[in-house]
Ligand binder design. Structure first.
Ligand code: IMP
Length: 433
């Protein structure tokens, strides 16, 4: 049962869901392993556009079992809303969607605290999505969190856990002079959804093990991106989970031996939503062009994304951290038609050239991108089926990235639809199995 991991190589929004969607017919199981409702994964198929936040996007295929893994923090109310939309759109879910009993619950207090930290407590706001992700993970690691297993308890014991949580977190709210949450209201909201959600909750480590022993192929669907990883990203301007390949193990219970394919997803340029360093950011006309052509607005918050050129320094760092076996390059259409494209090959700091990704924010603030410029190619010329049919300059751009990153680019996405994907030979290994 070798598994495939899909991880974003930049600051998120690389188009991971499109690649998951494309490869899902070759897999039987899809698992989200970190994050929560902060994610926004968009799939465009024959039935239209679907936006996912907590449910793994691969669930759109009827043969697939979907799992929300133990590494996630789950907003149970938002989960039920997302589920309702899928059911209304004719997606049959019964018996093939599971939530880990060890995943943590995002409580209403977490959202309030998330927003409060952003507006009143932090020196500089991170630009959080406001979904309560940071405070939920804080409670988990502080060993005060509530696991999804709570919904499997009888009403009295569920009430008790909710009470402990609300009373504890109300102390924080009171400290910050915020009105406390009503225990009665929170407890009754939780009691109301208990029966709706409890039948999804299981020991997913066990189910994953069983599926693996049956030889089912597993897809691990990463959220956010390597540069937002809590340990390896541009801390503190990061999310609170492990977005790298390592998170796919801790967030599911799989072992390193189970993974045989790690696909890094990179946009043909770079975007970032929220605050924090972004050396290749373009604040002028080209940045606006990329934003409008790429429809670069957050799926979760609707915020405009910051846009810039492809950053090789950052991307080499994420290749190194994840050991990608191959790369999918997305949104080639967005940079097609520009007179020239640029790639950042190094940073310059006070006259010194840096080729390593800095760990210190103070260094980042002084970094200027060093660019290599390449000629552009025609917008219409990329509507082709094979790499060889792409215009010469587009091939040159892709080959240069491939050479500098040291990893084969197996997929090139030239538009949002499933069919707008160029596949190079590595991907055919699936068909041979
Ligand atoms: P949080 O995860 O909501 O706490 O947000 C922390 C940072 O990660 C902010 O800069 C967010 O904009 C960013 N972020 C969180 N989720 C995503 C995502 O799915 N795509 C891109 N950026 C994200």
């Amino acid at each position: 049962m070798p598994a495939t991991v899909i991880v974003g190589g930049q600051w998120g929004d690389e188009g991971k869901a499109k690649v998951v969607d494309y490869l899902m017919p070759h897999h039987d199981v899809v698992i989200r392993f970190q994050g929560g409702a902060n994610a926004g994964h968009t799939v465009v198929n024959d039935d239209g556009r679907f936006a996912f936040h907590q449910i793994p996007s691969g669930i759109l295929y009827p043969h697939v079992t979907g799992i929300l893994g133990n590494g996630m923090v789950i907003d149970p109310f938002a989960f039920l809303d997302e589920l309702k939309v899928l059911i209304e759109r004719g997606i049959e879910i019964d018996g093939r969607l599971f939530i880990s009993s060890a995943a943590h619950v995002v409580m209403p207090t977490h959202r309030i605290l998330d927003n409060l930290y952003e507006t009143d407590i932090r020196e500089e706001s991170i630009g959080s999505t406001g979904k309560g992700i940071g405070p939920a993970y804080s409670d988990k690691y502080d060993r005060r969190g509530m696991r999804m297993a709570a919904f499997l308890l009888d009403k009295e014991n569920l009430f008790n856990l909710v009470r402990i949580h609300v009373e504890q977190n109300n102390k924080f709210l009171e400290y910050f002079k915020m009105p406390p949450l009503s225990l009665k209201k929170v407890a009754s909201d939780f009691a109301n959804i208990k029966d709706l959600i409890s039948h999804f909750i299981v020991d997913t480590q066990d189910i994953i093990y069983e599926l693996k022993m049956k030889g089912k192929r597993i897809m691990l669907e990463g959220a956010q991106g390597t540069l937002l990883d809590i340990d390896h990203g541009t801390y503190p301007f990061v999310t609170s989970s492990s977005c790298c390949v390592g998170g796919a193990l801790t967030g599911t219970g799989l072992s390193p031996k189970d993974i045989d394919r790690t696909i890094g997803i990179y946009k043909s340029y770079t975007t970032r939503v929220g605050n924090g360093p972004f050396p290749t950011e373009l604040t002028g006309e080209v940045g606006t062009t990329l934003r409008e052509r790429g429809k670069e607005y957050g799926t979760t918050t609707g915020r405009p994304r910051r846009c810039g050129w492809f950053d090789l320094v950052a991307s080499k760092y994420s290749v190194r951290l994840n050991g990608f076996s191959e790369i999918a390059l997305t949104k080639l259409d967005v940079i097609s038609g520009l007179p020239a494209v640029k790639i950042c090959t190094a940073y310059s700091m006070n006259g010194e050239t840096l080729t390593r990704f800095p760990q210190e924010l103070s260094v980042f603030h002084k970094c200027e991108p060093v660019y290599e410029e390449l000629p552009g190619w025609g917008e219409d010329e990329i509507r082709v089926d094979s790499f060889d049919e792409l215009p010469k300059n587009a091939r040159r751009y892709i080959e240069l990235l491939e050479e500098r990153l040291g990893v084969k680019i197996s997929f090139i996405s030239t538009g949002p639809a499933r069919g707008e994907t160029i596949v190079r030979e590595a991907a055919y290994s699936f068909d041979k199995q």
